[in-house]
Design a protein around this ligand. Structure first.
Ligand code: SF4
Length: 176
């Protein structure tokens, strides 16, 4: 039984040096306040899928056929297959570990929750939506409390996220 909620988090929000540009993007509220309230489970799907730091930037492309995939912004090469495998395998791991919430990095092709741009094959932004890892997680656990870094910039957003996480965790304890 978990003594505290377990919350997945995009590793870069904790200051881990995993970003494509090698830069640090720590959010102090996450690494200090949130970490004092819950057990954090840091996950970087891009590094987990075997990508290096630094690495060529990637984006989501919607093909004319209607399929959507992760692709290099410039150049060629298949980055989608490894990412798809990683997402499926990490989803299975989390099924075994149990988590009670997830905090995502905004706008990322992997971790973005609502605002990741989807590009056409010719490079135009068609619309925005979740990144491939966030989409995998939401599809598996539609009721999991989730938020991105933009939603926890103020006190009200932080309290709301923590409240939802605690409620989900208490409900999870009742099922054990
Ligand atoms: S946004 Fe996600 S994939 Fe990108 S560096 Fe952060 S944790 Fe890794």
């Amino acid at each position: 039984m978990n003594e505290r909620p377990r919350v997945g988090v995009s590793s870069c929000l904790l200051g881990h040096l995993v970003r494509y540009d090698g830069e640090e993007k720590r959010v102090p509220w996450v690494s200090e306040d949130l970490a004092s309230e819950v057990d954090l489970v840091p996950i970087c799907p891009e590094v987990g899928a075997g990508m290096s730091v630094p690495r060529p930037p990637i984006q989501i492309v919607e093909r004319a056929s209607g399929t959507r995939e992760i692709a290099l912004v410039s150049g060629s090469g298949d980055v989608h297959t490894a990412m798809r495998h990683y997402c499926d395998s990490m989803r299975a791991q989390l099924e075994a570990q149990r988590i009670h919430g997830y905090l995502f990095k905004a706008r990322s092709p992997s971790c973005g929750l609502i605002d990741t741009p989807y590009f056409s094959e010719s490079g135009d932004i068609l619309r925005k939506g979740p990144g491939i890892w966030a989409e995998t997680l939401i599809a598996r656990w539609p009721t999991l409390p989730v938020a991105d870094e933009s939603a926890v910039q103020d006190e009200a957003g932080r309290k709301d996220f923590l409240r939802r996480v605690r409620e989900f965790w208490r409900g999870d304890l009742l099922k054990l």
